[in-house]
Design a protein around this ligand. Sequence first.
Ligand code: BDP
Length: 723
Amino acid sequence: MAASWLALLLLGIAVPVAPAAAEDGYDLWLRYAPVHESRLAGYRAHATELVVPADTATARATRDELARGLRGLLGQAPATAARARRDGAVVVGTPASSPQLAALKLDLSGLGEEGYLVRSVRIDGRPATVVVANSDVGALYGAFHFLRLIQTAQPLAALDIREAPRTQVRVLNHWDNLDRYVERGYAGESIWDWHRLPDWKDPRYTDYARANASIGINGTVLNNVNTSAQALTPAYLEKTAALAEVFRPFGIKVYLSARFSAPIEIGGLETADPLDPAVRRWWKAKAEEIYRTIPDFGGFLVKANSEGQPGPQDYGRSHADGANMLAEALAPHGGIVMWRAFVYSHEEPDDRAKQAYNEFVPFDGQFHDRVLVQVKNGAIDFQPREPFHPLFGAMPKTPLMMEFQITKEYLGFATHLAYKGTLYEEVLRADTQVRGPGSTVARVIDGTLEAGEPGRSPLTGMAGVANIGVDRNWSGSHFDQANWFAFGRLAWDPYLEAQAIAEEWVKMTFTTDPAFVGPVVAMMMGSREAVVDYMTPLGLHHLMGRGHHYGPGPWVAGGPRADWTSVYYHRADDKGIGFDRSVNGSDAVAQYAPPVAAQFGDIDAVPEEFLLWFHHVPWDHRMASGRTLWDELVLRYGRGVDYVKGMRSTWDGLAGHVDPERHAQVAAFLAIQEKEAQWWRDASIAYFQTFSKRPLPAGQAAPPHSLEYYESLQFPFAPGDGK
Ligand code: BDP
């Protein structure tokens, strides 16, 4: 051994001083790696003693997390004590649990059940840090914040932090089937081991809860929106109850997707008509049964009358009739209904983008006050870029909940590095203008825009379609963990900046070394735009492979419905390309507030990133750059590929800063991404050139294969396809 090392040394090959611990990503952003030695003494002085006086399950989880975190970060866990006695104690809890905290008489008003203070104070004349809340869960959130300060190399002196979530329902939506298949999942099977539940509670469930609580997520919908009614049978409710028990100390409620026709399938009724008294009785009894099993059950998520799912319209009833029936069953127990607005009917509309608005706006004000309408960020479907959904701002009397997709169904699955924090931020900051400038989507979601609307339900929320599976790194790739993290942080506070969130995540997940953080954050910040460029530049959308959505498929045509094809969306012909949603076309622009409609509807005023979303544009149209549309399109595709090349070289240069395991996987995935970005570019250009009939701009390489070749590629086993 020694001899071979010597040989390596003689050859000039670097020999590691000590082998780094294997890093597989399992620890996520709760990695608690040792802080830089220059900061160690300072931090230790602020964490000499750990006081978490309450003895509830939540307080125990809080104490365990702080002990684990501080041990990892500072090399030693502080002594635990019942009350603070030394300089530098950390005291965590509620005033009710601690006379020392009560004596501080801190102002906890306005923090609600989930907010907290993190303050530098003096206790009995000695310096201390306190994390104080109105509830144990608030204190747990505060404890994670305290740990995050150390993880991100922030000072611990003179702390005066006051935080409360701006939305109430902050949930993950798992599109997980009961057979563990995950629809649009790219991280392996479902983590819910239904078959072995309720008796075997995988320790992974606890780590899942810790990770979610650390970013403020307080609920999880366990099963797919395309669900089987089986999820509501007694056997599965018992399994769900076992998960609820694991999650409860972490402030996380369980929810289930409910199949609208369950009264027929598992109830033996002949109808699921929401106005039928027997159906209503069935749901009431089902709710009672659920709450007997799970007393703090969160409620139902429902996909109805969408993509073939059953719903109230099957009986000539409305979305409001359906949602309200379920809300009436759940309300006595404190549950809610999240009713999805992702609908489109069997009859193809002139423009699918218009359908949700048309179906929901007439019912504004008619929903039960325990109903939230859950709206995807854009009107089509989680595309790399979409303008904000026109429903935001259009239903002032109804709480609208944001639905973001964390899993990257349309952004390269788990192998493409695409940070979605910038996508979320762009949507949340979009200005609906419904009540004048500054009527942002974030203000619709947090309820502040319409707070004065009489009789409006005060519920608020945000949902993220999870990217979690049994892969060791949870999300299918190391960088996809950032999207889960960013979703949680933005659900807590939709006004946070994507860049600040990326910085936090990089520091917590890899290292606080600025030589690493700077370039990696920069790389992340442009990564989603790169995907837009190499897949669907300038407002193009829905051009991916049929069914599985893997790779380019701009030629996809025919089949069961036009609005499942690409040609429906890009409408390329020898004159130009793009979907005319202006007043001359489908007039979808009219669903926006007048100033927005005027901007989007005007080919000269619309932001270029939405040009082909709203207009059918001649190939020779002059762009802001002075180039023709065709030339610009080709350059954008290439720009996306170049960005990925840049990410590869940045990452290669950072090898010394990252453990070899994670470095190697990210590097390999970036190589896949480059190959696939090139494929998207080449296939798209080969296809669209058959319409534009124009040469490529100077210096742009012709696609290496024929269009027939790209069209012939088949991927029957691509992951995540809907079943
Ligand atoms: C689409 C997915 C499909 C989902 C559907 C939904 O392709 O698998 O079932 O959305 O959100 O994005 O219901």
